[in-house]
Design a protein around this ligand. Sequence first.
Ligand SMILES: [Mn+2]
Length: 365
Amino acid sequence: MSYRSGMPLMLHTADLHVGDSRNLPGYLERQEKMLYTITELCVDREVDLCVMVGDIFDAKHLKPREKDMFLRWLIEHDRAGKKHKFDTVIENGNHDEVEEGYTHLRQHKIMQDFGMLKSTHIVEADPKLLGPFKGSIWVAALPARKYKGDEINFAVSALYKKLEAKLESNQTNIPGTEEKVHFVAMVHEAILGAENELGTFRVKKGPKLDPDLPVTYWALGDIHKPFQQILPNAWYPGSPIQHDFGDEDTERGVLVVDLEDPVDPEPVLVSGVKPLITLSQVPAEWPDAIVRFEGSPEEIADTAFPENVVGFKPVLEEDTMSSASVTFEGSDLLDDLPDVLTDQSVPADLQQDVVDEIQAALGVL
Ligand SMILES: [Mn+2]
């Protein structure tokens, strides 16, 4: 079935985090399903371009089978792109960094340099202008670099000037033959005003996006909360699947963007990946999900849980809390915490982990 509208279509995803949540049963199969579903969506929706905006991998230390799974997928995805005539641009996020100036994507970049990738373009470390794809789509790819203030706008402007110079040199001087340009900026950063996973704070000191730049669509990455709009034409798709129990929204996926109408991207869910849910009561029937159970230590000890219940969260009784020697008036400290972490250049998803841990420890979730 074809959904093709005839307009330039782009699939936008980010924050794949291959290798995350190793404690979950079947974690790598979930991530494999995520990747192949993205390829299927590129084929089924007949997109012209697929952009993956950073945090492809989760951590410095990948397990061999995590690397292998991704490599097999990358080769198959690349072949699908060649066969079905779509290109893919993959850039690194902060999580992909292995050491200063070197990311997990370097090996895939080497494959590209030796002609082993046909439709896939790896952008690692430095900002780069790519295109044109399908004659009109140009991409300014800005891998993660802890941009501040207006630095993203300066970098995007510089690449746009480069594009203008290229178009200038191709000018035919025949009226009406000016080339149509769809200019996409890929940016992996926590942008000022973005909301975190739980909606508990907004980024207060992040870099800004200039709405007046000639950018058709800002393809953002870094924030995991699904389908978040920053400017009319600037969106975070969020992580395409839940990575952990703190990821509340079970409905996640990618954005399909019509570049002729970039203010209204279509959220397309990645289905077939078991949801992660937290239950605080024993249900009549356990759902087909990976479950974390929240209850008193006694209830947790006395209940016979099925195999899909893999996480436990003891909740202390009210009287235990009130008799505690330290009383916590938590909100002020938690309000300031994201700022403090941002000042220390702690990336947004790590900020989320810290806030989750503290909230969980204080029982203020
Ligand atoms: Mn991320």
